[in-house]
Write a protein of this length. Structure first.
Length: 324
């Protein structure tokens, strides 16, 4: 197991760390996103988990059930049951920004299903018990009636914070903000083609599902890109700042293209006519030249021709009687 740069600490890959912690792959990824499992960067191998971090988690009280409890996520029905409120009230509180989703998925009806950490919902119930009973505050009720829904914006903000915490590379940090913008907005902020190519190569995947082809692709792509004008301005400003810092730390040099030789043109004297194109060769095909060579080897082309066309005087055909 390789050591962490600058020290002798051992590290393990994510797959092995998940097995030692008794977590599934998805649970381990969520643990890293929520900061429950801390990772370190190890050169070209990317991020790994220090052996000391695994020992710390294994020595915690209630391991591994306590760790799994902190990683439990619930939807609207599970969250409402956990808080002891109706699903309608839970949805209104979530749309108002009181709960921040940590994940989502698109079901077969192309509806977005938001998932929330159960531990955070329990902490909210202890912190804001008045919002779980009685009437919804008038101000919140008015904004919700106008169509307010902060779930997707709060999820994007949380995802950006998670990704920024996993890297110190200036261009990778800029790529996180670039992932929230449309191609047209990215081109408007970053005008250099080489820098845009670098950002697109480093751009992380924000959504938990691949935004390729399929019924959920369009829905996922709409959730990933910032759509509120205020949010777009914040993303563009953050991207400009990160790109400026990245240029100072490590400027991107465009690839050097070899010069393309220009076609040479012969100067023509005034009044002269352009040279005619070269005449095409009228050389005979090979089979004609071979036939001509065989004829020349006999008594001459004429004799050879007659020898094939007229019967010889020594053949039996000259003594046959003519038909009456």
């Amino acid at each position: 197991m390789p050591p962490v740069p600058g020290g002798g600490e051992e590290t393990v890959a994510f797959d092995r760390a998940a097995r030692e912690l008794g977590l599934k792959r998805g649970e381990f990824e969520l643990a890293v996103q929520l900061g429950e499992v801390r990772t370190v960067a190890v050169g070209a191998m990317g991020r790994r988990v220090a052996r000391a971090e695994l020992l710390r988690l294994a020595a915690a009280k209630g391991f591994p059930s306590a760790l799994r409890a902190r990683l439990r996520v619930v939807g609207t029905a599970g969250g409402a049951e956990l808080l002891g409120i109706s699903q309608g009230r839970f949805t209104r509180l979530a749309r108002g920004g009181f709960f921040t989703p940590v994940r989502f998925y698109v079901n077969r009806y192309r509806a977005v299903v938001w998932l929330y950490p159960a531990a955070e919902l329990g902490a909210f119930a202890e912190r804001e018990p008045a919002l779980l009973t009685g009437r919804i505050p008038a101000g919140l009720r008015a904004t919700l009636d106008e169509g307010e829904d902060q779930r997707v914006a709060r999820w994007r903000r949380r995802r950006v914070e998670q990704l920024l915490a996993l890297t110190d590379d200036p261009w990778a940090r800029a790529a996180v903000w670039a992932a929230l913008l449309t191609p047209a907005e990215l081109d408007a902020v970053v005008t250099d083609p080489a820098e845009r190519a670098c950002l697109r190569e480093l751009m992380p995947r924000l959504a938990p599902v691949a935004a390729g082809t399929g019924p959920a692709a369009e829905v996922t792509a709409a959730l990933v890109a910032a759509d509120d004008p205020a949010e777009i301005r914040r993303c563009r400003a953050a991207l400009e700042t990160c790109v400026r810092d990245a240029r100072e730390a490590r400027p991107i040099r465009p690839p050097v293209q070899p010069p393309v030789p220009l076609p040479t043109k012969v100067a023509e004297s005034p009044g002269s006519e352009p040279a005619p194109p070269p005449a095409r060769s009228r050389r005979r095909p090979l089979w004609r030249r071979l036939v001509r060579g065989r004829r020349s080897a006999a008594d001459g082309p004429t004799a050879a021709y007659r020898g094939r066309k007229s019967p010889s005087c020594t053949t039996e055909t000259s003594s046959r009687p003519a038909r009456s």
